[in-house]
Design a protein around this ligand. Structure first.
Ligand SMILES: Cc1cc2nc3c(=O)[nH]c(=O)nc-3n(C[C@H](O)[C@H](O)[C@H](O)COP(=O)(O)O)c2cc1C
Length: 209
């Protein structure tokens, strides 16, 4: 099968959505926790979460265009704080349903049976059930002109994770965790560690592939 730009645009809308949404491979599965300036908590599943740099520690999320009210976006802009929380195997279904169109005065924490958790005086709620919880402060937003999606850049303020889930070199031990990943907008996968290699140097290529 070869898709071209022309026949992509003539594909059935849902087919194209599924194809393009899964074409980049597995995506991370996270819940974004926020609280409005009127103290209403909100939770939404996001797969467009991307590492932007480790010093300073920056994470980007992409939100859809503001053609309808977007509670996550509004809360982040209004308050400046949000959390990113890994989705674990036991909570896939609950996490998925946070994507339903709830009203601004309804909390997905309550509707989808996930526990909000507050740590120190951080304004935004974490998801208690998540093995990895990240607290972020908004530092920049950029509209992607091509389609009006918005890149929100956050600086990591806090990471909450059990000691035994972090390796001696700082990497997360995903093999000991229950975090899942996403394909498209509806499929959830678990993963298996296959290999770990040293930093690649061109003068130290393996003798044998
Ligand atoms: C698997 C999955 C991944 C999603 N990823 C994103 C995403 O990366 N960005 C986004 O804006 N919406 C994403 N959504 C849609 C939001 O979860 C949905 O629009 C939600 O209602 C937003 O809630 P809010 O208005 O409370 O922010 C995703 C939905 C699903 C099911």
């Amino acid at each position: 099968m070869i898709y071209t730009k022309e026949n992509l645009s003539s594909l059935d809308k849902i087919y194209r959505l599924n194809l393009i949404n899964s074409i980049t491979g597995y995506k991370p599965a996270n819940l974004i926790g926020t609280k409005s300036k009127n103290y209403q908590s909100n939770l939404a599943i996001f797969s467009s979460v991307v590492h932007l740099g480790s010093n300073p520690a920056l994470i980007g999320i992409i939100t859809r265009p503001n053609t309808v009210p977007r509670h996550t976006y509004k809360n982040i802009i209004d308050t400046g704080y949000y959390t990113i929380n890994h989705i674990s195997k036991d909570n896939i279904k609950k996490a998925h349903y946070t994507s339903a169109k709830f009203k601004s005065n309804e909390s997905e924490f309550e509707k989808c049976d996930l526990k909000e958790m507050y740590i120190d005086d951080f304004y935004a709620p974490y998801v208690e059930e998540s093995e990895v919880k990240i607290g972020l402060k908004l530092i920049e937003k950029t509209v992607i002109k091509s389609n009006n999606t918005i890149l929100i850049v956050g600086e990591i303020v806090t990471i909450i994770i059990e000691n035994n889930l972090v390796d001696t070199d700082g990497s997360l031990k995903f093999e000991n965790m229950d975090s899942v990943c996403i394909s498209g907008l509806d499929s959830y996968y678990e993963t298996k560690k296959l290999a770990k290699y040293p930093y690649a140097k061109k003068y130290e290529l393996p003798n044998k592939w």
